[in-house]
Design a protein around this ligand. Structure first.
Ligand code: ATP
Length: 342
């Protein structure tokens, strides 16, 4: 089911508008990440999709069906919360079957379906255990199976990985991807971890201060950030940023350009290609196979992740790979097409 917001705003009780005129369409059958810093509006959007919150203005559609005034139950969404919220006194199989019991599905049918779902999420060897006897990852698998038991129109996951340790997070994000692909259910999950979103989502909606900064594939979010905020939020190490004044001898900037962002991997050994910039190497370290080089450009530190073939203390030229160079105006909008190299 695709999910569409038209001019949706939300004001909480005390008159504080936290979502401002939001428009988007989430494609059917995709895994979509709502990404952004704390307070950006991720959970608010998730709760508006689920029907746990009602929009102050605007319209929400599931496919052709307008659901703006419908309750969570009427919308038929499946939800998995951060703490999984399994019923502690019920076995795994009963937890998974519970939504079908509520919907008065006959016993044999619901147990068959619950077993199928347990197999899908790979807890079929844990059916008689109680939640307290399961690991965090297993509890989450059960919570996902239970949310799928109603054949939901949309599956919503609120920070599904935040309670897991680092290794399990990686394992479970791959599992969420697999389960989503096997079921084909449009799935929206909230995260503030860019690497998590970048690894598994088909599309990412990046939010800040109640505004959508950009909706695109992980790759285009990285390669063509709509604005300075996106360029800073996506990517590790964080993009290098300097004032255009520092590079006026290298580029012809549009009048409105104020800052330039350079990805760490866009700083490469001088190769005869223009543009080139003059730097001093402050420090170069090799971590395993990865370089981390600290360069100084007129006293401003830049991080490079390639071997720039200069030694610490040495002054020399490095080339810029323009695919990792972004120019912004004062408001932070990206201006790239308008930039020329001298
Ligand atoms: N019940 C509420 N009443 C008033 N304001 C709220 C309420 N819930 C959230 N807010 C405000 O709405 C804004 C968006 O919050 P939201 O929880 O959607 O952000 P988020 O991106 O999910 O953040 P986090 O990652 O911290 O969960 C914030 O400014 C927050 O303070």
């Amino acid at each position: 089911m695709d999910v569409r917001f038209e001019h949706v705003s939300l004001t909480y009780n005390r008159g504080n508008e936290v979502l401002h005129d939001i428009d988007f369409k989430l494609p059917d059958g995709e895994l979509i990440a709502l990404l952004g810093p704390s307070g950006g509006g991720k959970s608010t959007i998730l709760n508006l999709i689920s029907g746990l919150l009602q929009a102050t203005s605007g319209k929400i559609y599931f496919g052709e069906d307008e659901v703006t005034k419908k309750t969570a139950l009427q919308r038929g969404v499946g939800m998995v919360f951060q703490n999984y919220a399994l019923y502690p006194h019920m076995s795994v199989i009963d937890n998974i079957a519970f939504p079908m019991k509520m919907a008065k599905v006959d016993k044999k049918q619901r147990l068959t379906k619950a077993r199928e779902l347990a197999t899908l999420v790979r807890v079929d060897d844990q059916l008689d255990k109680f939640p307290s006897g399961l690991s965090g990852g297993q509890q989450q698998r059960v919570a996902i199976a239970r949310a799928l038991a109603k054949n939901p129109s949309v599956l919503l996951l609120d920070e599904p990985l935040s309670n897991l340790d680092a290794r399990l997070r990686v394992e479970m994000r791959e599992e969420i991807r697999r389960i989503q692909q096997e079921t084909g259910v449009t799935t929206v999950f909230v995260t503030h971890d860019q690497s998590e979103a970048m690894h598994v989502a088909d599309h990412i909606m990046l939010l800040n201060d109640g505004f959508i900064q950009q909706i695109s594939t992980p790759q285009s979010l990285y390669e063509t950030p709509a604005n300075r905020f996106v360029s800073r939020f996506i990517g590790d190490p964080v993009i290098n940023e300097i004032s255009v004044n520092e590079l006026e001898n290298v580029f012809v900037f549009p009048d409105t350009a104020t800052s330039i962002g350079i990805r760490a991997e866009a700083l490469v050994a001088a190769n005869g290609q223009q543009p080139q910039i003059k730097v001093m190497v402050k420090e170069a370290q090799l971590f395993g196979r990865e370089y981390q080089v600290r360069l100084l450009l007129n006293g401003h530190e830049l991080i490079a992740t390639n071997d720039v073939q200069l030694n610490p203390g040495q002054v020399g030229m490095v080339s810029l790979d323009m695919s990792g160079v972004h120019i912004f105006n004062e408001q932070g909008k990206r201006l790239n097409k308008e930039v020329q190299t001298l």
